[in-house]
Design a protein around this ligand. Structure first.
Ligand code: SAM
Length: 245
């Protein structure tokens, strides 16, 4: 997979991509990430990427010319025919695990980071395939949002993590994940549930399934509305609801 992140502040993303799992994914050849400096696509002495908004008002707007040139250049050099251009914006479709899974199947992602008041509307209407928001709040720029997207996507690249590592976790099905414990078995009087140390894999799986359902019911009951539950999960859920009422 190739990911190009188009930004006027590439330095913001140097740290996050040089550590831990993203670095490992790059080093092992699962993904190639380029931080693309938008100013490289300007032609004036001041390398101007923004300008005042027509109609007045505060703030600046990212100009269309460097963005169009950058995306066209990145597409033409990618060697891929399925490049997807994503604009990070609070007005976009909410990013979630399902979208991360879909993005992980794309060979070439181009992420455009906005700044100031955002980008010229012609970028949205004629250059971008999709607009993505990472949540209902407004940040100063799209770089951290791009880092969120990259992080969530690369861990789903086929073969990168062991299948089990992402199989049970929150949102992989429709439920939140069960709680985890590690050593010591008792810490400050708080005990690890004995079933987890029983060695009985059937009982452990059942406990985890029930905990997953309980957590989802308590924290994200909205997820249960669209959950595709197995018959045994439906039974467990009914039992948990009875116990709680
Ligand atoms: N004027 C814009 C509006 O009201 O919709 C907000 C612009 S914001 C200050 C600057 C840039 O930060 C945006 O162009 C976008 O790239 C990025 N950004 C801010 N919040 C975001 C979010 N929740 N998700 C994705 N990108 C975001």
């Amino acid at each position: 997979m190739k990911i190009d992140v188009v930004t006027i502040f590439p330095g913001i993303l140097e740290g996050p991509f040089k550590e831990s799992m993203i670095k490992r994914a790059i080093d092992q050849g699962f993904v190639d990430i380029d931080l693309v400096d938008l100013r490289a696509y300007t032609h004036d002495r001041h390398r101007q990427v923004d300008d005042y908004p027509y109609g007045g008002g505060c703030g600046m707007v990212l100009k269309p010319e460097p963005l169009f040139e950058a995306v066209e250049d990145l597409k033409s050099h990618s060697g891929q025919n399925d490049s997807r251009v994503m604009l990070l914006t609070p007005q976009g479709r909410r990013f979630d695990q399902q979208r991360a899974r879909e993005f992980s199947k794309i060979n070439h992602l181009i992420l455009i980071c906005g700044r100031y008041e955002g980008v010229d509307e012609r970028v949205r209407s004629a250059l971008v395939d999709e607009e993505i928001s990472i949540g209902d709040y407004v940040m100063t720029g799209g770089e951290l949002a791009a880092a969120v997207v990259v992080d969530a996507v690369i861990r789903l690249l086929p073969g990168f993590l062991a299948e089990e590592a992402s199989g049970d976790e929150s949102f992989s099905g429709s439920l939140l994940e069960y709680p985890h414990y590690t050593r010591p078995p008792v810490y400050r009087g708080m005990e690890v549930p004995p079933v987890l140390m029983s060695g009985n894999h059937g009982e452990i799986a059942r406990w985890r399934r029930r905990q997953s359902l309980k957590r989802t019911l308590e924290r994200r009951p909205d997820l249960l509305k669209s959950a595709d539950l197995l018959p045994e999960e439906k039974e467990d859920l009914e039992e948990i609801k009875k116990q709680q009422s």
